[in-house]
Design a protein around this ligand. Structure first.
Ligand SMILES: *Cc1c(COP(=O)(O)O)cnc(C)c1O
Length: 404
C-alpha cells in the first residue's frame, strides 16, 4: 500500500503523535462547538459560496503564479515561479484564513474577535475583517513586537482594533498567544478566537490549513495551464506553518513533488539564538497542541530568535511536526544573514520587495536552483510583501556599513 498524507487529522485532532486538544476544561465545550460548526460549514454550499465571493472580490484571488524569469536566468538552473500571496489585500496570505474564520464567527453569532499577532500581519488581517463585518476586535501583541512593527500597530488602530500590549515573557508572539487564550476562557460566550497560523488546539490546525489550501489548489491549476504538468518542487517558509501547509497540502499525495519547509535559523541553530523548532527543538505541549518546541530540559519554553517577527515563534503547527516525522516534507534552517542576502537579490532582480519571512524561503530556493536541471519547475510561496520590514532592513544595512 502506498502511504497517503493529505487525510489528517484523526477525529481527536491528532496528526500521528502530534496535535490534539490540550486546553482548560472550561474551553472543551467551546472547542467542540467550534469543531462541529466548522464541519457543518465546510459542507454547506452557501458558506462555500460566500467564502469564494470574499476570496475573489475582497482578497483579490486568484493570486498569480508568476515566472521569475530574471532569477531563473541568474541561477541558471530550475525554472523558478512565485505564487504571489503578497498581492493579496493586506499584503500577505493571512487574510485567506481571516476571511474564513470571520465567516464562521458570523455563522456562530459571535460579535467579538480576539487575535494574537507577532509581526502584526495577522493583527492587521484580523482588524481588517472585523471592520468589514462590523465586529469588535481586540489584538494581543507583545511589547517587543509593538516596538519593531509600529506601522502595523498604527494600521490596526486605523481599522478600529484595540491593541493590548503583552509584557510577559519576551513580549513576543508566544506571550501574546497565551494572553489571547486567557481572554477566550473568560469570555467564551461572546468571543471568537481568530488564530493566525496552523497551530492551537484541534480544530484550528486543520481549519486554518483548509482556508489556506486555496493557495495550493490554484497553484496546481495554474501550473497545469502554464506548463502542462505538476511542479517538481515547492518551497515555503515556516513560522507556525500556515502559508506552507496552504501550498503543500494539495500536493502531499503527489509523490513526484518534492516539498521543502524553511525554518528561521536566526544566528544559527548551534548558537541557541534561532526559531527552528524542528531542527533544534523537541516534542512538548504549547498552545493547546503537542508539537516540536524550543524548550529547555525542564520543559520551559525558550526564546525564539529571528530577524523576521513572523517566524519568531517557539513552536510549529502539528501537521508539520507529523510530516517531519513521516518524512514527506524536508525541513531546513536558513539564517538571518542568508535571508537578508536573498531579500536583496529578489528586490534587485525581480522588482519585488518580499517580506523577511518570505526571504527565508527564497534563500533556500536560491541554494537549490543552480544545481537543478532547467526543466525543473520550482514554486516558491511569496507569502508576503516587505513594506512592514523597511525599518529592520535599514537597521541591518546600517550595521553592515558601520562594520566596514
Ligand atoms: C505570518 C507570516 C509568516 C509566517 O506564518 P505562517 O503561519 O508560518 O505562514 C510568513 N510570511 C509572512 C509574510 C507572514 O506575514
Amino acid at each position: 500500500m502506498t502511504q497517503t498524507y493529505a487525510h489528517g487529522p484523526d477525529p481527536r485532532g491528532m496528526f500521528g503523535r502530534f496535535g490534539g486538544q490540550f486546553v482548560a476544561e472550561t474551553l472543551m465545550p467551546l472547542i467542540n462547538d467550534l469543531a462541529a460548526e466548522y464541519e457543518a460549514a465546510k459542507n454547506d454550499p452557501a458558506f462555500l459560496e460566500e467564502l469564494a465571493y470574499f476570496q475573489r472580490d475582497f482578497i483579490g484571488r486568484p493570486s498569480p503564479l508568476y515566472f521569475a524569469e530574471r532569477l531563473t536566468e541568474h541561477f541558471g538552473g530550475a525554472k523558478i515561479f512565485f505564487k504571489r500571496e503578497e498581492l493579496n489585500h493586506t499584503g500577505a496570505h493571512k487574510i485567506n484564513n481571516c476571511i474564513g474564520q470571520i465567516l464562521l464567527a458570523k455563522r456562530m453569532g459571535k460579535k467579538r474577535i480576539i487575535a494574537e499577532t507577532g509581526a502584526g500581519m495577522h493583527g492587521v488581517a484580523s482588524a481588517t475583517v472585523a471592520a468589514r463585518f462590523g465586529m469588535e476586535c481586540v489584538v494581543y501583541m507583545g511589547t517587543t513586537d509593538i516596538d519593531r512593527q509600529q506601522a502595523n500597530v498604527f494600521r490596526m488602530r486605523l481599522l478600529g482594533a484595540k491593541i493590548v500590549p503583552v509584557t510577559a515573557g519576551t513580549g513576543t508572539l508566544k506571550d501574546a498567544m497565551n494572553e489571547a487564550l486567557r481572554d477566550w476562557v473568560t469570555n467564551v460566550d461572546t468571543t471568537f478566537y481568530l488564530i493566525g497560523t496552523a497551530a492551537g488546539p484541534h480544530p484550528y490546525p486543520a481549519m486554518v490549513r483548509d482556508f489556506q489550501a486555496v493557495i495550493g489548489r490554484e497553484t496546481r491549476a495554474q501550473m497545469l495551464e502554464k506548463e502542462g504538468r505538476l511542479p517538481d518542487s515547492l518551497v515555503a517558509c515556516i513560522g507556525g506553518g500556515s502559508n506552507a501547509i496552504g501550498l503543500f497540502h494539495e500536493f502531499l499525495d503527489d509523490s513526484s513533488v518534492g516539498i521543502v519547509g524553511v525554518e528561521a535559523a536566526g544566528h544559527g541553530v548551534d548558537t541557541g539564538k534561532h526559531a527552528s523548532s524542528m531542527a533544534g527543538g523537541t516534542p512538548g505541549v504549547l498552545h493547546g497542541n503537542r508539537t516540536f518546541l524550543l524548550q529547555d530540559a525542564d520543559g520551559q519554553i525558550t526564546d525564539a530568535h529571528s530577524v523576521s517577527a513572523g517566524l519568531d515563534y517557539p513552536g510549529v503547527g502539528p501537521e508539520h511536526a507529523w510530516l517531519h516525522d513521516v518524512g514527506r516534507v524536508e525541513y531546513v534552517p536558513i539564517t538571518d544573514h542568508e535571508a537578508l542576502e536573498a531579500f536583496h537579490t529578489c528586490c534587485r532582480l525581480e522588482g519585488i520587495i518580499p517580506a523577511l519571512e518570505t526571504a527565508h524561503a527564497l534563500a533556500e530556493a536560491f541554494k537549490r536552483a543552480p544545481n537543478l536541471p532547467k526543466d525543473h519547475l520550482m514554486v516558491i510561496n511569496l507569502s508576503g510583501r516587505g513594506d512592514k520590514d523597511m525599518q529592520t532592513v535599514m537597521h541591518h544595512m546600517q550595521e553592515k556599513l558601520e562594520k566596514h
